[in-house]
Design a protein around this ligand. Structure first.
Ligand SMILES: NC(=O)c1ccc[n+]([C@@H]2O[C@H](COP(=O)([O-])OP(=O)(O)OC[C@H]3O[C@@H](n4cnc5c(N)ncnc54)[C@H](OP(=O)(O)O)[C@@H]3O)[C@@H](O)[C@H]2O)c1
Length: 248
């Protein structure tokens, strides 16, 4: 595939964890990546690594997704540079742990800004770009906690449940334009997010998984790549769990 034909795919939260694994996998498939996160150094190191392995040189976007103007600016840059967008992965997210009584109003504003407002705005801008070609695929990273809930995760779970609703609604709005919208709902994946948990809580979570281990970022990336690619052209409005039997 020539660079000009490579699908243009924007991945938020590309600097580490699941987002990084998604970029590594998509690069091997020849995607033209746009990689967004706050940690510019990590993004640059990854971009250099991926292009050294023959992938089209990724566009690096150092951005705080809590800044709504910056999100709008990012999509303008994508349009100016590539003139189109084929895929969007709303992967960036923040975990908030704290019992109901400990949640502060500013925590709610911050978590909802990153986990809900930014992906909603990104879907809006992506849909405008994708409408031009009448095709595209959007994948939102949610969480099994959004449906199941857990003590201490009210705020985080609320944010992910909101994104599930946004995913399903956007899928209904955009199907006629050839744009698919799905969500991937991980259980417990081995990244900085879960490594930051206290040891006992971490062990309890792993013990609750039928397969007896955390998932890997690569396993989630494979599912995201499937939803972005040509093998899922009739799949939309779905929330697909990936949890090693944490739930069922
Ligand atoms: N790990 C799990 O077990 C698990 C389970 C269910 C759902 N998920 C979801 O999967 C997604 C990825 O999780 P992960 O485990 O890979 O998380 P992670 O290791 O904590 O990485 C989070 C990513 O989001 C980016 N990010 C956070 N705040 C940002 C901001 N304000 N602006 C721009 N980028 C920001 C971070 O980049 P910078 O710090 O460089 O900005 C980083 O690249 C999240 O939406 C998470 O909720 C994860």
């Amino acid at each position: 595939m020539g660079t000009a034909d490579a699908p243009v795919i924007l991945v938020t939260g590309a600097s580490r964890g699941i987002g990084k694994a998604i970029c590594e996998l998509l690069a091997t498939q020849g995607a033209q990546l746009v990689m967004a996160a706050r940690d510019g150094e990590a993004l640059q190191v990854l971009a250099t690594e991926l292009s050294a392995h023959g992938a089209p040189e990724p566009m690096v976007a150092v951005i705080d997704l809590a800044d709504a103007d910056a999100v709008a600016g990012l999509f303008k840059q994508v349009f100016n540079r590539f003139g189109r967008l084929d895929g969007l992965v709303n992967n960036a997210g923040v975990l908030h742990e704290g019992l109901l009584g400990m949640i502060r109003a500013e925590d709610i504003d911050r978590v909802l800004a990153i986990n809900v407002k930014a992906p909603l705005m990104a879907m809006q801008y992506a849909a405008r770009l994708m409408s031009r070609t009448q095709r595209g695929s959007i994948v939102n990273l949610v969480s099994i906690m959004g449906v199941n809930g857990a003590a201490g995760l009210s705020l985080y779970a609320a944010s992910k449940a909101a994104l599930v609703g946004a995913t399903r609604s956007a899928a209904k709005e955009l199907a006629a334009k050839g744009i698919r919208v799905n969500a991937v709902s991980p259980g417990f994946i081995d990244t900085d997010m879960t490594r930051a948990m206290p040891e006992a809580a971490h062990a309890r979570r792993v013990a609750s998984i039928g397969m007896g281990r955390a998932g890997t970022p690569r396993e989630v990336a494979e599912l995201v790549a499937f939803l972005l690619g040509g093998q899922s052209t009739y799949v939309t409005g779905q929330v697909i769990g990936i949890d090693g039997q944490m739930v069922v």
